[in-house]
Design a protein around this ligand. Structure first.
Ligand SMILES: [Zn+2]
Length: 492
């Protein structure tokens, strides 16, 4: 704010001017004083004829309502929230009404436009038994209706009003889907163009595209080759929270970090103190990198604890390539799911037998439950590979002192078959769709909050790749290569 502005406002301090000031301050205006004699434009503005609000209100006070806009302008002796047009907007989601865009369902307007509509005028002549002017309410002109049966009639909407009516319904019913909107409209209104117009309005409505759940995925996912080298790729994830009850009846919540080698399926599970990127990174270093051959790639989902700078620094320091995933790695996910069950089971057992009496006992118990689950996951036979993850990783059975030699080529084939089976299942749920350059798409938001939009955009595709990803233009200078799991087309 510049000094002259403050001086101007210092002399004008009524409530109304203060409000103007609040509105204007958003734009950081600079004020300059121009003498009235030199300021012909401002003078001209004040000389223009305009409606005086007060006059109009008193004139309309005794008029009956003909449409919803009148209703909002009516005044009465007592104050009502519908007297304030801005407040009314908060409650009803009706489109704005003005001289050029009158209330869409006003009988008088419909009747007037029916007179100039060729289709309706022709129907009146060719099918007089079904189409006839019908009185609908007192004080309004007769409206041409389609008499479907003796007790069911539908108002004939002129072609010129179809778009307006559809947009009105879409706004008033708060962005319903295609079929719900069409049945709401066709309950009382008739026009053969409704179906096509509803399709067009719904398909091109930006709030709908951003906020509706994405539904089925579009575009089939391509096959991928499994990695066959152990200690090459790990998947990290957070699991929990679990709650544990102390002997004094207080509940304690805790979460854990899982680190899984995606080839051997060997896993480590570590209790965490908090979800900061620094803490999670430290645990990865201490609990995995310090123990096992260094991985080359690390997969993680879009959680802040993994995207955070501190976690990324630790990956960089260890020369590990970050691999942020669109969705969870299905294989690591099935291990995590099994871990979940084992952990919950052993926790229940432990806390039932000896409820922890203090903080130290509780911590021990949590650690025991987590490591029991981790051990079980290492020692149990994997259903596809017919070997336990521990045996593959260490070349020795986890329980008996017997050497085990893993045939990685055979494991690769088994894994490939499993991946293809899962892919087939996933693609069965997806719609066939070909993304092409210049297509418009929306980017799905990862784990959106309840009130958050489901997608952002629209963005234009600049390249479509064969491995199930596309490059899209985020803005003039930025492009993003993204998996088709994370986008949806603007028009199906
Ligand atoms: Zn919409």
């Amino acid at each position: 704010m510049s000094t002259p502005t403050i001086k101007t406002y210092a002399t004008l301090n009524s409530q109304r001017v203060m409000r103007w000031r609040l509105f204007l301050e958003d734009f950081h205006p600079m004020f300059h004083y121009i003498k009235g004699a030199n300021n012909a434009f401002a003078d001209a503005l004040s000389g223009l004829p305009c409606h005086d609000e007060g006059e109009e209100v008193s004139a309309s006070r005794n008029k009956p309502y003909t449409n919803a806009a009148d209703m909002s302008q009516q005044t009465s002796q007592t104050f009502s929230i519908i007297d304030e047009p801005e407040l009314l907007q908060c409650y009803l989601n009706l489109p704005d009404v003005d001289h050029e865009h009158p209330f869409a369902l006003d009988y008088a307007t419909i009747a007037a436009k029916q007179l100039t509509d060729d289709r309706i005028q022709a129907l009146l002549i060719t099918k007089p038994q079904s189409y006839a002017p019908t009185p609908l309410s007192e004080g309004s002109p007769d409206v041409v209706c389609y008499h479907q049966s003796a007790d069911k009639l539908r108002i004939c909407i002129p072609d010129s009003m179809v778009e307006e009516v559809v947009r009105f319904y879409h706004a008033a019913l708060v962005h319903p889907g295609r079929s719900r909107m069409l049945s709401s409209i066709q309950q009382h209104l008739e026009n053969p163009k409704f179906e096509a117009t509803v399709d067009r309005v719904v398909d091109s409505c930006e709030p709908c595209l951003c906020c509706k759940p994405p539904g089925k995925g579009y575009g089939h996912l391509p096959a991928r080759n499994p990695i066959t080298v152990p200690w090459y790729e790990i998947a990290v994830d957070l699991v929990g929270p679990w709650t544990m009850r102390n002997s004094d009846g207080n509940d304690h919540e805790f979460m854990a970090l899982t680190i899984i080698d995606t080839v051997t399926n060997l896993c480590e599970i570590v209790p965490i103190r908090n979800k900061t990127a620094a803490h999670i990174g430290l645990l990865l270093e201490n609990q995995w990198i310090a123990r096992y051959p260094s991985p080359k790639k690390c997969m993680y989902d879009q959680g802040n604890e993994f995207l955070g700078a501190e976690f990324q620094t630790i990956l960089q320091r260890n020369n590990i390539e970050p691999a942020p995933a669109a969705t969870k790695n299905p294989q690591a996910n099935s291990i995590v799911e099994r871990l979940h069950q084992t952990i919950a089971g052993s926790l229940r057992l432990l806390s039932y037998a000896h409820p922890p009496r203090n903080e130290a006992e509780r911590e021990d118990m949590v650690n025991t439950a987590l490591q029991t689950a981790s051990y079980a996951a290492k020692a149990a036979i994997h259903s596809t590979m017919k070997l336990s993850p521990g045996a593959i990783a260490f070349g020795r059975d986890m329980l008996l002192n017997i050497p085990v030699i893993a045939d990685f080529e055979h494991l690769r084939n088994l894994k490939e078959a499993l991946i293809n089976k899962n892919l087939l299942r996933e693609n069965r749920r997806r719609m066939s769709h070909d993304y092409q350059p210049r297509d418009v798409v929306y980017k799905l938001v990862f784990k959106p909050h309840k009130m958050e939009p489901r997608a952002t955009g629209p963005y234009t595709i600049t390249r479509a790749h064969t491995n199930g990803s596309v490059t899209m233009q985020l803005n003039a200078d930025t492009t993003e290569r993204i998996n088709i799991r994370r986008i949806k087309p603007s028009k199906a």
